[in-house]
Ligand binder design. Structure first.
Ligand SMILES: [Zn+2]
Length: 321
């Protein structure tokens, strides 16, 4: 599937298309990793309260810190992740929160600000090629994981960062359990029947916004089974077939959105308490809704795979694999 405004080699949704060579081979080679970290071209993405430092002087650009702006022992003091490299050199992400306020203040200015990733995405989606957003998604999701996994899930002891920040190991030698950054799969599916599709809204959506239904996958379940279960639970629908559409990294905090189209029986939706409303819309209705001419109903922002699913179905692209 090629998406409207798709990013990267496979034309994925927003937050996909990371252009970096992640350098998995480097992560377990301490000498090679150190060489990268002491490279004079090293670019550091700083996160304050999980918000990347951005340059707002002209539009919105990632602001890279240099190692000379951080304490000499930053690698030992601050949680960091080796993100990879491109032709301009290596890139890391660093959690700035352990620095004292004075030092953080020195990194910020009138045009260097820590900005929430959702807000960055909303502001850059129209004119950005999406590559910066995909790197920021990796940075934010992994730094967030470090913050929440300081202790071993096996024995409760403290853990230490390993492999360039792509693992944590229990510090207790008797346990030594390895832990890896998690990705939580979520199915998001457009239920369709002929010329009709079903959209729902949760109470936390912006007023008037309807989208494809979604839910976390459960253990011991295929993607198709999760789609059918969620549609049954949330809207009382019976699913007859499921087609994969595309997937999207969604770093809030660590989801992978798995977009599908489900052929269902045409029945009145019976909603559960996760939804405020669910309705069938015709292609004709949606054509007006998607260009903002409906007045009452709107679809999600273009950065969301929910939008891409609706747009592809409307254009007839989701009918083919
Ligand atoms: Zn342990």
């Amino acid at each position: 599937v090629v998406l409207t405004g798709g990013y990267g080699k496979f034309g994925g949704p927003f937050f996909a298309g990371n252009p970096l060579d992640r350098g998995d081979g480097l992560r377990s080679n301490e000498a090679a990793l150190q060489k990268c970290l002491s490279d004079s071209r090293l670019r550091i993405i700083g996160l304050r309260d999980l918000k990347p430092l951005m340059n707002v002087a002209k539009g919105l650009d990632v602001h890279f810190i240099t190692a000379s702006e951080l304490p000499a022992d930053w690698q030992a003091r601050l949680p960091w992740v080796y993100l990879g490299a491109d032709e301009c050199g290596p890139i890391t992400a660093v959690d700035l929160d352990a620095l004292d306020q004075k030092m953080i203040d020195r990194l910020l200015s009138d045009h260097i600000k820590a900005i929430d990733l959702r807000s960055i995405a909303m502001q850059t989606s129209a004119d950005n090629d999406g590559q910066d957003a995909s790197i920021l998604a990796l940075a934010k999701a992994t730094i967030d994981w470090h913050r929440r996994h300081g202790f071993c899930a096996e024995c409760g002891g403290p853990t230490n960062s390993q492999r360039g920040g792509f693992a944590r190991q229990c510090a207790d030698a008797a346990c030594a359990a390895m832990h890896f950054p998690r990705t939580d799969p979520v199915v998001i599916m457009l239920a369709v029947h002929g010329d009709q599709c079903l959209l729902g809204r949760s109470a936390h959506f912006l007023p008037g916004v309807y989208s494809a239904l979604a839910g976390f996958m459960e253990p011991g379940e295929s993607i198709e089974e999760a789609v059918a279960r969620e549609l049954s639970e949330e809207a009382g629908l019976t699913t007859n077939s499921v087609r994969y559409f595309a997937s999207q990294p969604w770093p809030f905090p660590s989801s992978l959105m798995i977009g599908c189209v489900a052929e269902v029986d045409f029945t009145a939706p019976v909603i559960d308490d996760e939804l405020e409303d669910a309705r069938w819309f015709s292609r004709k209705d949606l054509a007006r809704i998607i260009i903002g001419e409906h007045g009452e109903v709107a679809v999600p922002t273009t950065i969301a795979i929910g939008y891409q699913l609706i747009k592809a179905w409307l254009d007839g692209h989701s009918d083919k694999n």
